[in-house]
Design a protein around this ligand. Sequence first.
Ligand code: UGY
Ligand code: MN
Length: 254
Amino acid sequence: MKDTKPTAISTTVFERDHAVLTGDGFVNSVYPGWTDCEVNVVINEAMGANFCQLLVTPEPNAILKGATEKTQTFFYIVAGSANLSLNDENNEILSQGSYAYVPIGQSYLLNRFEVNTRILTFHKKFENLEGYDIPSPIIGHESKIAKTIYCGDPDLLMQNLLPDQENKAFDMAINIFTYHPGANLPFVETHVMEHGLMYLQGQGIYRLSDKWYPVKKGDCIWMAPYCPQWFGALGKEPTTYIYYKNVNRFPIHP
Ligand code: UGY
Ligand code: MN
């Protein structure tokens, strides 16, 4: 939450190939169809990204109503709860840790929010893959997703919330990455895939390009393609972040 005292100090950083968004610089945006809520555009094309990441803080009576045309949407409940209906059907209660993947060509309605609900969303223009059907909607909960060992280190646990590894029709992955205290990425990754992330728990140090940043629960990061990246977890509790990654498409259009 933002400190309302006047200040010229900020921990937000914006560089050509990465950004660290701690929330102290957020200014609310308004979107048609989304009423009675604060919307912060954490990451989007204006900063050089190829996807969008929003943080939404709804009032209990807020309405988030819309339709996905060319852009698929992923909703994740960071805190609180909400009612979700897709295509005017299947009313579902989403609680903390629940998520909904809304593919292109669908309509959605989120309403009846618990007090202090916070929702993280990821949006990516869908790139069709010849020979594959457009993915169907998915509603799930992180507690139902297996944790797999990452890079052979049992202190690094990965959860794939979307079935992008089994079904190449998905062109984005949304993963939850848990680091046990003291664990770190085994090497400085530098890759064509882009990331947007938000810390759900814990803290640590992120290396982005040639800079080093202390990060903690609530902070968000954008990493452009090829931004060198490394993270080491600090503290006595596991550190967890949820992140976006573009996957499963040839790096150049044929
Ligand atoms: O999937 C990934 O590329 C992941 N290991 N990157 C990251 O956590 N920065
Ligand atoms: Mn990575």
